[in-house]
Design a protein around this ligand. Structure first.
Ligand SMILES: C[S@@+](CC[C@H](N)C(=O)[O-])C[C@H]1O[C@@H](n2cnc3c(N)ncnc32)[C@H](O)[C@@H]1O
Length: 247
């Protein structure tokens, strides 16, 4: 089993990744981001939607939203969150390696470092091809990851995230293969017991991810440093790459 297929990993570390605080910050981001301003009713695919942090805010912004994820547990949570919010969102259980709906979307989003999971670089490229083929001509793909340059600014210090009830998560990062990949070791300590997990994914610089977009045929490829549309420079917090399927 690959790390990304481990249901327990996504569930047990979800308080860190999908916290209530992140949900409210994301709602604000989605409501205001110029990068997420599409025409009313735009068909938006949230690829690797997880428990739906983006789904409800995207639906509230007036889009027709589909979420795809490999994890039935995450999809069930997404379903509950959307139902509670009264958001009409279509949810699909699928692997991003295989998922293609030809010319069905105006926008494909892949956010919060949900790209670069496959050990073989050709598989990651295939995800870009799938997204390209799922877009209508003129449609946009937007990928949001932790860029290599951003990571270089703070990597090396273990991070501790405190959770409710005295639990905490320690996160340690290790750069692999000459800055090609990153392994993150997570330790969740709760009630005196520790649970360990590791994830390994590809790292991309702005130039590298842009080149992959162009290799697949996207045009007008641009990099941004945050959802407010800031440039990808020394102040960047994320690496956001956006490209257009040519008409
Ligand atoms: C870091 S989480 C991000 C979730 C969501 N985009 C967010 O912003 O909270 C990555 C998600 O990708 C999903 N995932 C992992 N491998 C996948 C695959 N091969 N195909 C589809 N989804 C996958 C996981 O189940 C998880 O929900």
């Amino acid at each position: 089993m690959h790390w990304y297929e481990d249901e327990d990993f996504w569930s047990e570390f979800s308080e860190t990744m999908f916290s209530g605080r992140r949900r409210s910050e994301t709602a604000e981001t989605v409501a205001t981001s110029p990068l997420l301003a599409f025409p009313p009713g735009a068909r938006v695919l949230d690829l690797c939607c997880g428990p739906g942090v983006y789904l409800v805010p995207l639906a509230r912004r007036g889009y027709t939203v589909t979420g795809v994820d490999l994890s039935p547990v995450m999809l069930e949570r997404a379903r509950a969150v959307c139902a509670e919010a009264g958001a009409d969102v279509r949810l699909v259980h699928a692997d991003m390696l295989e998922h293609v709906e030809p010319e069905s979307y105006d926008v494909v989003l892949n956010v919060f470092t949900s790209f670069g999971y496959f050990d073989d670089p050709r598989d990651n490229l295939r995800v870009l091809h799938n997204a390209h083929d799922s877009l209508v001509p003129g449609g946009q793909l937007l990928i949001d990851v932790m860029g290599k340059e951003v990571l270089a600014g703070w990597i090396g210090r273990p991070q501790v995230v405190e959770l409710e009830g005295g639990a905490y998560v320690v996160q340690r990062d290790t750069v692999l293969d000459d800055w090609s990949r990153l392994r993150t070791d997570w330790t969740l300590v709760r009630d005196g017991t520790a649970r360990e997990s590791s994830i390994t994914s590809f790292l991309y610089s702005g130039t590298e991810l842009r080149a992959l977009f162009e290799q697949v045929g996207f045009t007008d490829v641009e990099c941004f440093g945050d959802f407010d549309g800031a440039p990808y420079d020394q102040h960047a917090r994320r690496l956001i790459v956006r490209g257009t399927r040519p008409v």
